[in-house]
Ligand binder design. Structure first.
Ligand code: M6R
Length: 587
């Protein structure tokens, strides 16, 4: 992950870089740094912790510089591992992983070179110093050819003042061209401003930013002509709008986001291709994987099309069988998740039609896919996915209906149209979970139980809780608990059961009983009033009734809210949980 920025213009670079880094913090926030070039020397400020710790850097002079916000892969999140890394003539910021770092480092050491960090990235500065023969682009190309792995890099060289050299492989990088100034960044929001044209570097490309302008080069060094990409300025201004956290704001937006899914025009364009689909393979990570699990049930129930859901990092190394007429669906909020991209590419390479379900229109995933469907959730800033999950579900449910129609199956269309209104009711009812928080504060672990679609919601509720509250938590199939994990349940354990399918409810409640008998504190998220008041239950959220197949889109609301309130009560920042980042662009 990590975010990188570059600036060359007539303003002092450091404050521009600082502002850009703040907008990239979603990519990582365990340390940050800025280097500017002035009068033949680098001025560098690096700090452990968030970008705000760099406040002192803002006073640096120099009109040309690079910056970095880090999510540690190699080396602890401490100041000496923060970027930029400088070696002799070079300063480098890097997003990605250099997989042959060990060999390269040994090579450098054998030449008597000393390292000042534990990062894989520092080796790039050393290689540049070896490869430089008076031509920055040439040196960067040569160094890049020696790197195995992924990188977006921005480089300064003291011998070539007022130049920023850029390279990209498997990590995103964009260039901005404004009036008399040039920018580089991992993502558009860091450089988006009125009058700035944005150009995306493609796989294996290089760029040079000079006072005369930006030039782009293919891997073989030949010049490349580029068209600017379109972007929406409005969309790129993240504001809390009176909410305490982005997560709170994003949860509040869910009903509105769901109502947008009614107008997914691209679904109609996809319809003719659905007739021939004989199986579906879904690849995704984290919350998006849970969306895939929910979707599987809808695809199979409505369209009777066999559907597999695989964690992308497993799929990509699993030698998957992709029979003819397979529709592969890659689900990713960011469209930049490295494992999902690799899995999607593999599925497509083996003959699948590739559909991207993503929230980001100009992402690496959409560039790869045959078709793309956009979740229209709006920009999601909080690391914990909330509204994007609900939006993915609605879109995938609509896709399931479209697939069923293409397959000539009868469905009761229209049920999904009520979901946005029901989500408003569910969000109101879900406010009750605030009262559950004290039971979670004294706990050593929590469990989330469900069967069928409720199990998928339970998995997501559990991920949300552990991700932002740091309380160990398991989402479990209600019937599976007794096969080992029940040993963990004691009087301190809160158990949240999701119960929205009358046909399965009594069976799920058996499992609830088994935990209650061991002293667990039972909480219920249910659409079934007859269970809400049962003696075993400490407290229930009663949701409006909906088709159990689609119920996770509602039942997850109180679970997201619960995670949020527990996180705050434990003194955490729910928007920026420790060790995590919004966009996981490394393996
Ligand atoms: O951008 P993506 O949807 O591909 O991201 C996948 C996961 O990294 C993501 O859902 C992660 O699990 C969230 N932080 C969960 O809240």
């Amino acid at each position: 992950m990590c975010g990188i920025v570059g600036y060359l213009g007539n303003r002092n670079a450091a404050p521009v870089l600082f502002e850009g880094l703040k907008k990239l913090e979603y990519r990582g926030y365990d340390s940050a740094g800025i280097a500017v070039m002035e009068r033949g020397a680098f001025s560098v400020v690096r700090r452990a912790g968030r970008v705000s710790e760099l406040g002192g850097a803002v006073s640096l002079g120099g009109k040309c510089g690079i910056g970095h916000t880090r999510w540690a892969t190699h080396g602890a999140p401490v100041e000496r591992n923060a970027h930029p890394h400088c070696y002799k003539r070079f300063a480098v910021v890097h997003n990605g992983i250099i997989e042959n770092e060990h060999l390269l480092r040994e090579e450098c050491r054998a030449r008597g070179e000393a390292f000042s960090s534990d990062t894989d990235s520092e080796v790039i500065a050393h290689l540049l110093e070896q490869d430089y023969e008076g031509d920055l682009l040439g040196a960067l190309r040569k160094t890049a050819s020696r790197l195995v792995g992924s990188y977006a890099v921005a480089v300064l060289c003291l011998d070539e003042p007022d130049v920023i050299a850029l390279a990209r492989r498997a990590s995103p990088l964009v260039v901005g061209v404004g009036e008399g100034e040039l920018f580089a960044a991992s993502d558009v929001p860091a450089i988006a401003a009125a009058g700035v044209r944005v150009y995306a570097l493609e796989e294996g490309e290089f760029a040079l930013l000079r006072r005369e302008g930006a030039s782009f080069y293919a891997a073989d060094g030949s010049p490349v002509r580029k068209e600017p990409v379109a972007y929406d300025l409005e969309d790129d201004v993240p504001e809390k709008k009176g909410y305490r956290h982005f997560m709170e704001k994003e949860m509040a937006e869910i009903p509105l986001v769901l109502s947008r899914s009614a107008s997914v025009g691209e679904l109609a364009a996809l319809a003719p291709s659905l007739c021939g689909v004989e199986r579906v393979q879904i690849v995704a990570c984290g919350t998006a994987y849970h969306s895939g699990l929910c979707a599987k049930r809808a695809f199979e129930a409505l369209a009777r099309v066999p559907t597999e859901v695989t964690v992308a990092s497993e799929y990509r190394y699993g030698d998957p069988i992709v029979p003819p007429h397979t529709l592969a669906i890659a689900v990713s909020q960011s469209g930049e998740t490295a494992d999902t991209l690799a899995a999607a590419e593999l599925a497509r390479g083996r003959g699948a039609l590739l559909l991207a379900v993503t929230n980001v229109r100009y992402s690496s995933l959409t560039a790869l896919a045959d078709f793309s469907l956009f979740t229209q959730a709006g920009r999601e800033i909080a690391v914990a996915a909330t509204k994007s999950f609900n939006a993915q579900l609605m879109l995938l449910y609509r896709l399931a209906e479209a697939l069923a129609e293409a397959k000539g199956k009868k469905i009761h269309a229209g049920a999904l149209d009520f979901i946005p209104r029901l989500a408003e009711e569910a969000a109101r009812a879900g406010g009750k979970v605030r009262g559950w928080v004290p039971h979670f504060l004294g706990a050593r672990a929590a469990f989330f139980l469900g069967r069928g679609a409720d199990y998928c919601a339970a998995l997501e509720g559990s991920l949300k809780l552990k991700e932002i509250s740091y309380l160990p938590s398991e989402g479990y199939a209600a019937g599976e608990l007794k096969h080992g994990t029940l040993a963990l349940v004691d009087r301190t354990t809160p158990v949240v059961a999701v119960l929205t399918d009358r046909a399965l409810a009594e069976k799920t409640f058996n499992a609830v009983h088994e935990t209650y008998a061991r002293g667990a504190k039972v909480f219920l998220v249910t659409t079934l009033p007859e269970y809400a008041e049962r003696d075993e239950v400490v407290s229930s959220v009663l949701l409006p009734e909906c088709d159990p197949l689609f119920s996770p889109v509602l039942s997850v609301l109180p679970l997201q809210a619960l995670a949020y309130y527990v996180s705050i009560a434990r003194g955490n920042d729910p928007d920026k949980p420790r060790n995590l980042a919004k966009s996981v662009t490394v393996e």
